[in-house]
Design a protein around this ligand. Structure first.
Ligand code: HEC
Length: 392
């Protein structure tokens, strides 16, 4: 553990440094990777509040952010987060051109896009995105044609909006998937053709609505999505591609896809479409073996033996106590860490990256990953808040 005594001033200094200049590597560097390693971090631009992609609150961090964290870890780099709030594509291009960030995720590895964004390049895909068929609970058919006259919900001014018009479909126009889902809930519409990642997330999180996302869609709606970066930084692209292949083989990418309900789209080929999001019933049926293997995986990542716990307790006292109180019993001005809603991994991410805008420091520079894990294990086993009252 480095400099914990001086943590407050060190954080202040690093914040000033962050504000004063961008640490993103300059283009045409001899080796981007060497430069990044010398600095120790890669700068990720991501939307501040756009789940399932990313969220600066880190609760959960978002699919893009978690994939970036895995990649950075394997490149032996930390991450500087630069949160932006704007329409993804255009903002991404600007931030990469101006060297404000090294990577921006979720850009299509697609000829048309690359032609337009001349100085940008996109890595291999970490998921297959695009536009998916979303059906309400009571939608009677898996064939979009059956909704041709009744109307299909689309995001206004997106590819499906134009394409369905061309095919003579009645369209119902909405701003964003959220609005489409509200309309489904209200019984206004039964079928939609909407961004797949958002649709998968909605089906995954709003399980009570019984939404279904189909795995098949027109080929032209499918986009392999990769990391956007500067074209001049081919060594970084090659390194990320290597790591992505690795993450795919190890199953870690599919694990993250499952966590965020990411739907993997396949082109229509005459096979009947299937529901791609996990229906709730099968999840419940398979719950037993799943939790067992999850438990062992968790124990491997976050060992909870007596020694780790003791280390965690000591580190908590040095680094967290001041703000979060003894044994997590916050005085009320700071969140009660015992009530944190995410899992071990989510808490790890919050402690590592902080919530700088809200007064929670980032500990990535001051604590090693193992130390943060020990603290997380310690916090997670603290007695729940109800016990405060029982004592009295
Ligand atoms: C300088 C004060 C300060 C220190 C030191 C600090 N925190 Fe925090 N922490 C905060 C504040 C403020 C928030 C609320 C951030 C927000 O509103 O999103 C927070 C939020 C959190 C959260 C999220 C809680 C939730 O329910 O959303 C966790 C987890 C957390 N801190 C853990 C830690 C751990 C572990 C440490 C020690 C390694 C630590 N904090 C050190 C101030 C601090």
């Amino acid at each position: 553990m480095r400099n914990l005594f001086n943590i407050v001033s060190a954080i202040a200094v690093s914040l000033i440094a962050l504000a004063a200049e961008s640490h993103a590597a300059a283009p045409n560097a001899v080796s981007t990777l060497e430069k990044l390693r010398a600095y120790g971090k890669i700068t990720l631009c991501a939307d501040r509040d756009l789940l399932p992609h990313s969220s600066s609150k880190m609760d959960p961090p978002g699919f893009d952010v978690e994939v970036a964290q895995e990649v950075a870890k394997r490149l032996e780099l930390g991450i500087d987060y630069k949160w932006v709030a704007a329409f993804k594509g255009y903002r991404a291009i600007r931030n990469l051109y101006s060297n404000d960030c090294d990577i921006f995720m979720g850009l299509p590895n697609d000829e048309e896009f690359l032609e337009e964004a001349r100085r940008l390049d996109v890595t291999d895909a970490y998921y297959t995105g695009g536009f998916a068929v979303l059906l309400s609970k009571d939608a009677p058919s898996f064939d979009l044609e059956d909704y041709k006259t009744k109307g299909v919900a689309v995001d206004i001014m997106t590819v499906p909006d134009f394409r369905l018009h061309e095919r003579g479909f009645e369209r119902k126009l909405y701003y964003g998937v959220e609005k489409v889902i509200e309309a489904m809930k209200a019984g206004e519409v039964q079928a939609g053709l909407v961004p797949a990642l958002e649709a998968g997330w909605a089906a995954h999180t709003k399980t009570d609505l019984g939404l279904r996302v189909l795995d098949r869609t027109e080929k032209q709606y499918i986009y392999p999505m990769g990391f956007g970066l500067r074209k001049s930084e081919q060594d970084l692209k090659a390194a990320i591609n290597d790591v992505l292949r690795n993450l795919e083989e190890s199953g870690r990418l599919s694990e993250l896809r499952r966590k965020y309900g990411v739907v993997e789209l396949l082109p229509e080929d005459g096979t009947p479409p299937k529901v791609a999001n996990q229906p709730v019933e099968t999840k419940v049926a398979e719950a037993k073996p799943d939790t067992d293997s999850e438990k062992t995986a968790l124990e491997a990542d976050f060992p909870s033996d007596a020694k780790s716990l003791d280390e965690g307790r000591k580190l908590y006292k040095q680094a967290c106590y001041k703000c979060h109180g003894p044994k997590g019993v916050s005085g009320g001005t700071r969140p009660d860490v015992r009530k944190f809603k995410g899992d071990h991994y989510d808490m790890f991410a919050v402690v590592q990256a902080g919530r700088l805008d809200y007064g929670m420091p980032a500990f990535a520079e001051y604590l090693t990953e193992d130390e943060i894990k020990q603290i997380v294990v310690y916090i997670k086993q603290l007695p729940p808040p109800e016990d405060d009252y029982k004592k009295h």
